[in-house]
Design a protein around this ligand. Structure first.
Ligand SMILES: Cc1cc2nc3c(=O)[nH]c(=O)nc-3n(C[C@H](O)[C@H](O)[C@H](O)COP(=O)(O)OP(=O)(O)OC[C@H]3O[C@@H](n4cnc5c(N)ncnc54)[C@H](O)[C@@H]3O)c2cc1C
Ligand SMILES: NC(=O)c1ccc[n+]([C@@H]2O[C@H](COP(=O)([O-])OP(=O)(O)OC[C@H]3O[C@@H](n4cnc5c(N)ncnc54)[C@H](O)[C@@H]3O)[C@@H](O)[C@H]2O)c1
Length: 479
């Protein structure tokens, strides 16, 4: 077996692994980047980029179908050519993947290794059965994989995951989507708008990961007008008959139905890729699912020379977080044992559905039980949203009642990808609601809706302050 020595071995050449590699090289250390699958990253190959390309096609179809509401009539049929749609998705996807492949090409050959790595000890890795890597430090950046429940495995090629969708040459006729989380909602709505008969089944009452019940209800009401979205539902049975999937579905409190689809698309969550790493050969402490204990601020496993970055650590499985994680893990691997907490940005997440869903700072479920002002805007009557016929959804901001500082927000509505940025940037700058209200607002824009929500929260902060003053006056008077 070939023997190789290096300063830092990085397992996985995805976004986190490539970012870790750059950090290690910038610090002047030697690195070996080990990749078991195709180069190109999950984000570019089968994640962020192809999904946004499919959604863009769906938005074009939706616009064409709804132009009449503006008095603009497309006389004749709107024709969606599934082959052309998928061709553009794959062509543009390949272009994005190409940029990643170029950056991988620029890595010297002696610093790249193909094969699946597993631990022999804390600092020794075996790559397939051809190479043993002896590293002073190791970074795990192996990403995550979709969870495919056992009961669907007998469906063979009729059960698909996101990776498969982006390999389709044409759009299918009927798809049942398992899960109304981020992936299920984005892909399910896009396929439906492209003319595919879609049903989305979610076992709980949640939609797109929104935790604020008011925002979630407004989102559901919007989706319900165009999508077959079934919450609190389950697939009792799924079996294959020829090229079809036959499912028995039950929505809570309703009689079960038997339905036929061409594919069952599983979007029921993702699991960190730790199983095949043989972490039991290291001194890492693992839980019963094989997840190692690590410090989320330094990404270090205990006091070991091992770090864990990106989706595999299960903390914030998003692209920009994977890149930041890689950087932190890379710098700390070099600095080991003198590791430091990494710099973090305000949390933010966006779901590219319509209406878009988003979150910035603290989520509703993370708020303290007391002392929070809730400001809201309903987009139904918001000026700009009505002008463009995107007047659906609700935004709620959360502020500290005592000092007026913005804590977080959840939202469903138009252009939330941009509003979430404004809010996350304000949270990172530790702005108060009043400071945010002093900023300029153009007219007519969706940001005026945000201002409505901020004013609503500001009023509550003022009322809380008044109540406090009255209370202390009362105390003085009673003394
Ligand atoms: C459909 C979909 C849409 C998404 N959309 C968005 C979005 O719009 N915005 C956003 O921010 N995020 C989005 N994400 C999430 C984003 O893609 C991930 O957070 C990000 O790609 C994670 O990067 P990573 O480096 O951790 O993992 P990856 O890019 O998956 O890299 C891990 C690499 O490790 C390799 N590997 C695994 N095990 C081994 C081993 N034992 N030995 C060697 N190599 C190994 C794998 O082959 C892989 O190349 C989306 C994800 C999906 C699935
Ligand atoms: N726009 C983006 O940033 C973006 C887009 C896509 C994916 N992602 C990342 O990918 C991650 C994974 O996405 P995901 O949608 O697979 O997971 P998720 O955790 O967001 O959603 C999974 C959903 O499936 C439901 N579910 C689970 N098992 C089920 C079952 N057996 N039957 C019916 N419903 C079931 C859950 O209740 C949940 O609502 C996200 O957390 C996100 O970080 C991000």
């Amino acid at each position: 077996m070939k023997q190789l020595k290096t300063d830092v071995a990085i397992i996985g050449a995805g976004t986190a692994g490539l970012s870790a590699y750059r950090a290690v090289k910038t610090a002047g250390k030697a690195a070996v980047l080990i990749e078991g699958g195709p180069y190109g990253t999950t984000c570019a190959r089968v994640g962020c980029m192809p999904s946004k390309l499919l959604i863009a096609a769906a938005e074009a179809a939706h616009g064409a179908h709804h132009a009449a509401e503006f008095g603009v009539h497309i006389d004749g049929q709107v024709r969606i050519d599934g082959r052309e749609v998928m061709d553009r998705v794959k062509r543009e996807r390949d272009r994005f993947v190409g940029f990643v492949l170029d950056s991988v090409d620029n890595i010297p050959e002696q610093e790249k290794l193909r094969g699946n790595a597993r631990f022999v000890s804390d600092t020794v890795l075996r790559v397939d059965d051809h190479t043993e890597v002896h590293a002073s430090r190791v970074i795990i950046a192996t990403g995550s994989s979709p969870v495919v429940p056992k009961e669907y495995q007998s469906l063979g090629d009729r059960v698909v995951i996101n990776d498969d969708v982006f390999e389709w040459d044409d759009l299918p006729r009927r798809v049942i989507v398992v899960g109304a989380g981020v992936i299920g909602l984005e892909l399910g709505q896009a396929l439906a708008r492209l003319g595919v008969q879609v049903a989305i089944i979610n076992r709980s009452g949640s939609v797109g990961g929104i935790s604020d019940p008011e925002v979630r209800d407004s989102a559901f009401a919007a989706f319900d007008t165009e999508l077959d979205l079934r919450l609190n539902a389950q697939i009792l049975e799924a079996r294959r008959e020829g090229e079809e999937v036959i499912v028995r579905v039950q929505v809570e409190g309703q009689p079960e139905t038997v339905e036929r689809y061409d594919y069952l698309l599983v979007a029921a969550g993702r699991r960190p890729n730790v199983q095949a790493l043989d972490l039991h050969n290291t001194a890492a402490q693992c839980d019963d699912k094989g997840m190692p204990e690590f410090d989320p601020s330094t990404l270090q496993l205990g006091a070991l020379p091992i770090f864990i970055a990106g989706d595999v650590n299960g903390t914030l499985p998003l692209l920009h977080e994977a890149a930041d994680d890689g950087h932190i893990a890379g710098e700390n691997a070099v600095a080991y044992p003198d590791v430091q907490p990494g710099k973090r940005r305000a949390p933010m997440a966006v779901v590219f559905s319509d209406p878009q869903l988003a979150q910035a700072g603290l989520r509703f479920r993370e708020l303290p039980k007391m002392g929070v002002a809730f400001g809201e805007v309903n987009f139904a009557n918001q000026g700009r949203s009505r002008v463009i016929l995107k007047n659906r959804g609700k935004l709620r901001v959360y502020a500290d009642l005592a000092n007026g500082r913005l804590l977080g927000a959840e939202m469903a509505g138009p252009a939330m990808e941009h509003i979430a940025h404004l809010l996350a940037w304000s949270i990172q700058q530790k702005l108060t609601i009043n400071q945010m209200l002093q900023m300029p607002y153009y007219h007519p824009v969706i940001e005026e809706g945000l201002r409505t929500a901020l004013r609503d929260a500001a009023k509550q902060c003022v009322a809380a302050k008044m109540a406090q003053v009255q209370e202390s006056e009362q105390l003085v008077n009673n003394a």
